[in-house]
Every structure is written in C-alpha cells, then in structure tokens.
Ligand binder design. Sequence first.
Ligand code: HH2
Length: 289
Amino acid sequence: MNGARTGDLPQPGVDRLDGLWPRPVPVVMAVLNRTPDSFSDGGRFLDDEDGLRHAERLIADGADIVDIGGESTRPGADPVPAVAELLRVVPMVAELRRRRPGVVISVDTSKFEVAEAALEAGADLVNDVTAAADGRMLGLVAERGAAIVLMHMRGSPATMQLDTVYSDVVAEVRDFLGRRAEAAVAAGVPAHRVWIDPGIGFGKDVDGNLKLLAALPELAALGHPVVVGPSRKSFLGRLTGAPVDGRLAGSLAALVPTIGLERAVVRVHDPGPTVHFLEVACRLRGAAP
Ligand code: HH2
C-alpha cells in the first residue's frame, strides 16, 4: 500500500485503518487518558487494570478507535517528560493490541519517541495536537504506513487560551490545516491517512469553537478525513452552565455538523451514547425529504 514502507518493519494496521471507511456514520474514537490531570477524567485510569478495563468498556460501547494519551493538553497543563509518557502509554498499547488484534489504536502524543515506541507496540495512528511540529514525525508515520491526526492549536497548552482573537477563525484554521496536510502528503503519508482536526478548545473562545464546528463541511472539502473533539469541553459549560460531568447532551449536540460528512471521526469520552446519537441522527438525515 505505502511504497515508502520497508520490508523488515512491523506491519502496521493496514487492514484495520482501511476497514474504517466507507460507512454512513462517523467513526467513534474513544479517549483513554492515562494521566493524573486530564480535565474530565484525570487520575481515573492510571492503574493498569483500571486502564485496560476502561479500554474494554469503550470498545464494548462501540468505539472504533481507542485513543491512548499520557499527557494532558488542558489549558495550563504542565508538560510531561518523554520517559513518563512512554511508561503510561506504550505498555497499554502493547497489551491492548495483544488482547484486541482488530481494534484501531491511536496514540495521543506529539513526542517522536513516544509515537515511535507506540507504533512499534501496535498502534495504527498518531494523534498529534501540534500537527507534527517535530520535523521527524511525518517521516515516521509515512515509513510505518500509519495514519496521523494533524490538529490546529494556537501556541501551547500553557498559553493557548491567552489569545483567542482571530480576524477569521475558519479561514486561519483551514489554511493552517491545508498547509500541514500538504506537508504530510509530501513526506509520503497517503492523503487518506492524513486526518485533520480544527482543535476545539485549543486557543479558541466559545464563538470560535461554534464557528469551526459549523464549518466542518468546509474543512472536509480539503479532501481529508475530519476529526473533531468537543467532548465535555469548557465552551459547553459556558453555553449551558453544566459542570464537566453534566456536559453529555451538549457534547452530542456539538456533533450535529458531522452528520452527513463522508469521512468524519468524533473523539469522545462517552462512546455508548455517542453511537446511539449518531445512528439516529444519520438515519433521520437519510429519511429527510
Ligand atoms: N482534545 C484533547 C486531547 N487531544 N486530540 C484531538 N485530535 N482533538 C481534540 O479535540 C483533542 C485531542 C483534550 O481532551 P482530553 O484528552 O479529554 O483532555 P486532556 O488533554 O486534559 O487529557
């Protein structure tokens, strides 16, 4: 498939990734945070058994992809050293791959070393919130025949909510993602393995997040699968007054713009209700006159 892949590297999840599409409903990527400080579930799945149990529950609830992360990217979060992130993420990837050969596994990291070790351990996809700021990341993904999520963020998690003013948020994010996707294709990642994400909550205010969600069809027109992750985020709290554990309805409503997109991925904490919501919403759209 990928001519750049060399023969003696481990076979990546070619079939698993290619099995995601075509399908009429968005793909569900469920979050497994192996962190002490994530904004909605920090500390809950740090223990190995708790983490594996949660991964199994996410899959049983209908997740197509399990996205395993070892560093929080919430606003103001402190960076985690590579060694600590490796220890949180890589053994979990390896064990989940052993138990679940068919499930697509994503590693939520922007560190080359962590991505490399996770791909080696059986991950199929690198979810990089810095859109491959490390110059080696795209070459690694191309070489392994993996896929990559390129996400837009302004600044870093430490600074991103300090300046959320854009002259045209949709144009700026679209142009950035278009440029990064071109770089990925130029590095040898096939276009259908380059997924783009507007980065809901990453350096955007409520209005910016809403505009980007409404503009998902415009981003999809760049010709790549589109990922979106509004789940439980603070703009939903601002809109509804709900605390983090009361934002499920808002999280589902924020997925409405993914209905009808050809290749959409929704990154969520609650795959069960999300699958039901997407099923009904897509059927409803299909039934419209
Ligand atoms: N959001 C978060 C983390 N990673 N990746 C992509 N592609 N898109 C997102 O919107 C996105 C992401 C933040 O959510 P969460 O992982 O639950 O929190 P934390 O970063 O605090 O661990």
